[in-house]
Every structure is written in C-alpha cells, then in structure tokens.
Ligand binder design. Structure first.
Ligand SMILES: [Zn+2]
Length: 229
C-alpha cells in the first residue's frame, strides 16, 4: 500500500527479487519496479513535479565493472554490446509504445529511499513518456511516470483514465520520520509503519505539511480507516 515504510530486505521480499539494479522491467510479466531518490547525494537526478503527481526519473549508467572508468561522462546505454536492450532500453521502448497507443502504459511500483535503510513505497505509477537529453557531460535517458490512484491489483488490466494521485513530498516524510522518532504515534511500534494523513487527502487534508502527516503502524492505520468508514 502506498506510503508504507519498508526496509531494503522487506522491499526485496515483497518483489521476490534483489532490487540491487534500481530499474527492474517486467517483473513476473505483471509490473516493473524502480527505486528513486531525491536526496542531495543520490546517484541520479530524480524529481517529483506537478505537486507530486509526476515523477521524472533518470535512466541508469553503464554498470560498474564495465570497461568504462567513469560512467558519469559516458552516454547512458540503451543496448548492450550484443544489441539486446538494457533496462533503459526496455523502459524506453515500453514508454514509446504507450505513447503511440500500441500498448497500455506499464505499471511501475516506485520505492523511494528517504534515508539509509528506510524506504517508502510511493505506490503505482504509469510509464507514459521517455526521451533522451544532454546533461553537462553526456546523453541520459529520462522517464515520465504518473502517480495514479489504486491500480494495486496487478491481475486486473489498468484502467484507461485513472485518477491522478499525489505523493507525500520527501522533505515532509523526512520531517515526520524525525518528529515521530520512527515509531507509531499511538503505540510506539517500529515495524509495518505507514505515513498517514491525519485528515485524509480525500477530505481536504494536505500532504504538503508535516503537521497533517503522522506515523502509524499497520494495526492503528487499519483501525483508523475503519473508524472513518
Ligand atoms: Zn500502533
């Protein structure tokens, strides 16, 4: 569920694979997974736009250990020397095909590193566009993904006109994590945590201010949802 807090191991367990590579196209044929970070020292320039409803995700470099000594000055590869597509190439092709209507947009689960060992599940995004552009040194891939409501059941085909969704900004998540000391505000539990909107977004609550977001464990999150219903 979107806004859950996970460790790296929990994340890999959920996806049934090591997510070391950061970009993982077509896992089990049902969806893709990307890891993002907007931290100042992050290796790639990912950014959230349009009030947190759009993710612009940077493609990935030549892998370490290849013949390249500094991957940051080399064009990001779309294919391997053998000609088969890299992860950049696979996401790019899917995005271009979605753009022309040749296929439905790929559903992508996005996980965000908010600090060392702490990840947040940012929910389902649709891969709707991609391009290549020049940075200071070389050509990089860019992918445009749209945060959408629901779509968590991967066995059901994606809907045609999904409802847009807003991701809680990273700075807000960090502030809440520190303020609540990484614990459920109700019981102090430190596992299965969730960033909860005190006043739900659907009822006019904001996700842009830490004052309206708190940490709840799964039990208290569900209890609150039931109470609201
Ligand atoms: Zn609790």
């Amino acid at each position: 569920m979107a806004d859950n807090v996970l460790s790296y191991i929990e994340m890999c367990r959920r996806e049934g694979t090591s997510l070391q590579a950061g970009m993982n196209f077509g896992l089990g044929g049902s969806h893709s997974v990307i890891l993002m970070s907007v931290r100042p020292n992050a290796p790639y320039r990912d950014r959230l736009e349009d009030g947190g409803t759009t993710l612009i995700y940077e493609g990935h470099d030549e892998p370490k250990g290849s013949a390249v000594s500094n991957p940051k000055v080399v064009d990001q590869p779309g294919t391997y020397p053998s000609g088969t597509p890299t992860q950049n190439g696979r996401f790019h092709r899917a995005a271009q095909e979605a753009k022309t209507g040749a296929r439905a947009p790929e559903r992508v689960r996005v996980y965000e590193k908010i600090r060392t060992g702490i990840w947040s599940y940012n929910g389902i995004f649709l891969l709707v566009d991609s391009w290549q552009e020049d940075d200071e040194y070389r050509r990089v891939f860019k992918f445009k993904l749209m945060a959408v409501e629901g779509e968590e059941d991967l066995s059901i085909p994606a809907v045609l006109n999904p409802t847009r969704r807003r991701v809680i900004p990273t700075a807000v998540k960090l502030e809440v994590w520190k303020r609540d000391s990484g614990k459920c505000v109700m019981c102090g539990a430190t596992d299965e945590l969730h960033f909860d909107h005190d006043l739900p977004w659907a009822k006019g609550g904001t996700s842009l201010a830490a004052s309206n977001v708190q940490l709840l464990c799964a039990r208290h999150n569900i209890a609150k949802r039931d109470r609201i219903r």
